[in-house]
Design a protein around this ligand. Structure first.
Ligand SMILES: Cc1cc2nc3c(=O)[nH]c(=O)nc-3n(C[C@H](O)[C@H](O)[C@H](O)COP(=O)(O)OP(=O)(O)OC[C@H]3O[C@@H](n4cnc5c(N)ncnc54)[C@H](O)[C@@H]3O)c2cc1C
Length: 299
């Protein structure tokens, strides 16, 4: 029985592990993807003190740091969280028990929910430019979205591809102005605003997209970067308060309001939410301080 299980090995979970290790807590970290979502980032340029690093490298450094301080990290995928009297059982490839849990599971990629999206997944449709980009060398692709993830993905794909379309439903990109400036300077990126893809078409692979403006664009790949939705299935049985999109509501200590459960990182609602490495890491640290004080009261 651990005092705490941290569920998630992204920036929130690994930052929490660093703090928990230094508070000498009795804890375990469980995560399916080491480093978390940031490993999908081609380049991270906004984490203070680390001027430019690939997402994979940043995730690895965080994991190495947590391990070096003595964190026990298990690679496993949790299918169910059971709340018992005074403790929790997490069901993965085996069962893990703890008195408290910190939910740091991030969020899953949002789908467009259009015709062709599921059919061509892995045959031209992708949710990760960094992972799948190299398969599209010298081809034409589009990136869908208008935030940082979409713009940085478009810039990355522009290094590899003949031509990149950035298709965004709004009139003005939401990404950081520094990224937008780079995007505008890139000759082989064409931005298409106020447009939605209604269908992805092809024979065996993606060949074209149909826009609601009537335009049809011939291309080889569609990269969907329109944000994320939290992992609702896993937390459904815990009866936590969430916002209308399913993000877990937390207070300033990252407490969920349900005894023994804290949440940190992209999974939380938390006011004016900036879903980034730095905010996820900060929430992981704050949650651990709150949990540490709780262990002092109740162990
Ligand atoms: C393409 C892209 C580029 C980005 N670029 C930047 C950037 O440049 N700068 C920046 O600051 N942010 C960037 N972000 C955002 C950043 O990646 C996230 O804000 C950050 O990773 C959130 O951290 P987290 O720990 O809350 O969640 P995540 O990083 O999503 O980690 C969640 C963890 O939970 C685990 N998990 C989930 N469900 C389960 C389960 N059932 N069982 C076991 N483990 C589970 C996952 O495997 C993972 O380890 C980018 C995101 C994307 C997609």
């Amino acid at each position: 029985m651990y005092d705490l299980i941290i569920l998630g090995t992204g920036p929130a979970g690994l930052s929490a592990a660093v703090y928990a290790a230094r508070y000498k807590m009795n804890f375990l970290v469980i995560g399916a993807i080491s480093g978390g979502t940031i490993t999908q980032a081609h380049q991270v340029e906004n984490y203070p003190g680390i001027e430019g690093v690939t997402g994979i490298e940043l995730g690895k450094r965080m994991e190495d740091h947590a391990k070096k301080l003595g964190s026990e990290i298990v690679a496993d995928s949790i299918k169910k969280i059971e709340k018992k009297e005074g403790h929790f059982i997490l069901h993965g490839s085996k069962e893990y028990e703890a008195k408290r849990i910190l939910l740091a599971m991030g969020a899953d990629r949002t789908k467009l929910n259009i015709k062709g999206e599921d059919e061509f997944l892995g045959k031209g449709v992708s949710y990760c430019a960094t992972c799948d980009g190299p398969f599209f060398k010298d081809k034409t692709v589009c990136v869908v979205g208008g935030g940082n993830a979409a713009v940085t993905s478009a810039l990355y794909m522009a290094e590899l591809c003949k031509k990149v379309y950035l298709i965004y439903r709004g009139e003005e990109l939401k990404a950081e102005p520094a990224w937008v400036e780079k995007l505008k300077a890139q000759k082989n990126i064409e931005s298409v605003y106020s447009a939605n893809i209604t269908e992805i078409q092809g024979e065996n692979r993606v060949e074209k997209v149909v826009l609601d403006t009537g335009r049809i664009i011939g291309l080889d790949g569609v990269f969907i970067e329109i944000g994320s939705t939290p992992n609702k299935a896993l937390i459904a049985d815990l009866n936590l308060h969430t916002d209308n999109r399913g993000y877990v509501t937390v207070d300033s200590e990252l407490k969920t309001g349900s005894k023994g459960i804290w949440a940190a990182g992209d999974i939380t609602q938390n006011g004016f939410k900036l879903r980034q490495v730095i905010t996820a890491a900060a929430e992981g640290a704050i949650a651990i301080y709150s949990i540490y004080l709780d262990t002092k009261k109740q162990n």
